[in-house]
Design a protein around this ligand. Structure first.
Ligand code: B1M
Length: 216
């Protein structure tokens, strides 16, 4: 629909312009026009912030501009979040999740979306935030009797911490107690297999699917 595409384009433009007010207004317009919140998120904001990341890599923009675009994205996402959460709570799904962004990594936009969607899907979620040391994931998981540990990493350097978690669980001989799911832009299925994690989410939607279908 032409109106939908116009709104999605408005969302993308708000991220490039780093305009928080416009990002929130465009997100509200998307919801009012009946665009699925996940579609608005992925086709509106997420593509634009990734393109800003590319522009940053190519030195077309600088870090302060990327920071401001990220702030606009967070403002826009805050409008979409209640709608993401409201999407069909299914009582059959369950589990206790300890999740965070690993040590050395401050990226949390994607992790926060995963958290919102997990909560909406009926999971009890303990969000440890960003820059979380690996032992903390395990101690909180033990305290809360969690059955799932989720690690987000956006940097190719910090994704190594996901491997550290698996190794520490093995060392403590408690590997089988937890379903470990990993995610974040550089994380792939091949990486999941290489480090011996149980699941991987390309995006928030896939993360929920993987957890819903787990047998462990
Ligand atoms: Co940074 N950054 N950044 N950054 N940043 C990347 C990751 C980068 C690819 C950009 C680039 O150069 N092209 C690059 C990493 C290169 C690499 O390691 N290979 C990079 C860099 C280099 C850096 C700094 C080092 C820059 C500097 O200081 N020189 C610095 C590092 C700071 C640190 O963490 N120590 C830095 C800083 C920042 C900002 C603060 C400006 C900001 C973060 C703001 C914030 O998060 N509060 C930022 C941003 C915004 C990005 C990009 C542009 C966008 C990330 C994002 O929000 N995407 C990113 C480029 C990119 O990813 N292509 C980039 C949108 C979000 C919806 O998607 O986060 O992928 P995503 O989450 C998805 C999935 O990955 C998945 O589901 C989510 C929702 O669908 N998912 C999971 C995520 N976690 C999951 C966990 C799961 C399952 C699924 O289970 C547990």
């Amino acid at each position: 629909m032409a109106e939908h595409e116009e709104i999605l384009e408005r969302m993308r433009a708000s991220i490039v312009a780093a305009d928080e007010t416009e990002a929130m207004a465009a997100a509200e317009a998307a919801l009012a026009a009946g665009i699925e919140p996940l579609t608005a998120l992925e086709e509106g904001f997420a593509g634009a912030i990734r393109a800003q990341g590319e522009a940053f890599s190519n030195l077309d923009i600088f870090l302060p501009e990327l920071v401001l675009s990220a702030k606009a994205m967070q403002a826009g996402v805050s409008v979409l979040e209640p709608a993401l959460k409201a999407k069909g709570i299914d009582a059959a799904r369950s589990g206790v999740v300890v999740i965070g962004t690993v040590e050395g990594d401050l990226h949390d936009i994607g992790k926060n979306i995963v958290v919102a969607m997990l909560r909406s899907a009926g999971y009890e979620v303990h969000d440890l935030g960003t820059d979380v040391p690996i032992p903390n994931f395990i101690s909180v998981a033990e305290q809360t009797k969690a059955d799932i540990i989720g690690l987000s990493a956006l940097l190719s350097t910090t994704m190594l911490r996901q491997k550290d978690l698996i190794e520490l669980l093995n060392l403590k001989k408690i590997r089988e107690d937890f379903f470990v799911i990993v995610g974040g832009a550089p994380v792939t299925e091949a990486w999941m297999n290489e480090i011996g994690a149980d699941g991987y989410g390309l995006d928030a939607h896939m993360a929920i699917e993987v957890l819903d279908s787990r047998t462990k």
